[in-house]
Design a protein around this ligand. Structure first.
Ligand code: HEC
Ligand code: HEC
Length: 161
């Protein structure tokens, strides 16, 4: 076989594999996710964006390393290369005036754990990790149990022989 034909052959084989993909009927029911009901070919309107809670009430963290959810509204707070509204209250220098909790030491660390003088670039875009609190029902079920519950269960379990 001419070796120069090989790429062409491979391409043809790939094309056939793509063409053989399952074709779902357009009226098949769509998976129940963010927009339940309807068929896979239908575009349903997105649900309305839920209101942010603005009660200054912290929620429990599920584990110590969890980024705390934001207990106040953040609508209109700008974060870009020109400025960071969050740091106007949460930076080391501004937290005394604003009485907002200062971002913790991990926000000053580079990826090698070295503490920097200023906020680390990897912690600059706060919303990558912190999300505002909304009064909504969870989209999917969740059987997560905190470590406290697991330790409690273990302590209560009958002693192993
Ligand atoms: C006007 C000042 C101000 C601004 C701006 C601000 N915060 Fe806050 N933030 C606070 C205060 C004060 C608290 C303490 C709880 C409360 O009063 O809501 C707080 C609490 C928090 C907490 C909870 C901390 C914890 O220990 O549970 C997080 C997370 C947070 N803010 C993130 C943000 C992010 C992200 C932004 C930007 C999108 C932001 N904040 C902008 C003042 C501010
Ligand atoms: C890469 C993820 C990440 C980013 C980005 C990030 N944080 Fe955090 N943040 C965390 C985690 C994880 C914690 C909890 C553990 C810790 O302190 O590191 C936390 C804790 C906090 C706390 C509570 C501090 C305390 O002492 O309890 C505040 C307030 C906060 N972050 C604000 C911010 C603000 C404001 C920004 C943006 C300038 C930001 N964070 C960016 C992950 C992040």
């Amino acid at each position: 076989m001419n070796i120069r034909l090989l790429p062409l052959l491979l391409l043809a084989a790939f094309g056939m594999a793509v063409a053989a993909e399952v074709n779902y009927p357009l009226d098949a029911p769509a998976p129940d996710g963010r927009r339940p009901g309807g068929t896979i070919s239908q575009s349903l309107p997105a649900p309305a964006i839920a209101n942010e809670e603005n009660k200054d009430l912290k929620r429990e963290r599920n584990y110590p390393e969890q980024p705390p959810t934001i207990p106040h509204s953040i609508s209109g707070y700008q974060i870009d290369k020109n400025g960071n509204k969050c740091l106007a209250c949460h930076s080391r220098a501004n937290s005394a005036r604003s009485q907002a909790p200062m971002i913790s030491i991990t926000h000053y660390m580079d990826r090698d754990g070295q503490a920097l003088a200023a906020v680390s670039p990897r912690r600059y875009f706060c919303n990558q990790c912190h999300i505002s609190q909304n009064e909504v029902k969870p989209l999917v079920g969740n059987s997560f149990e905190t470590i406290d519950k697991l330790l409690q269960d273990e302590a209560n379990a009958p002693a192993k022989p």
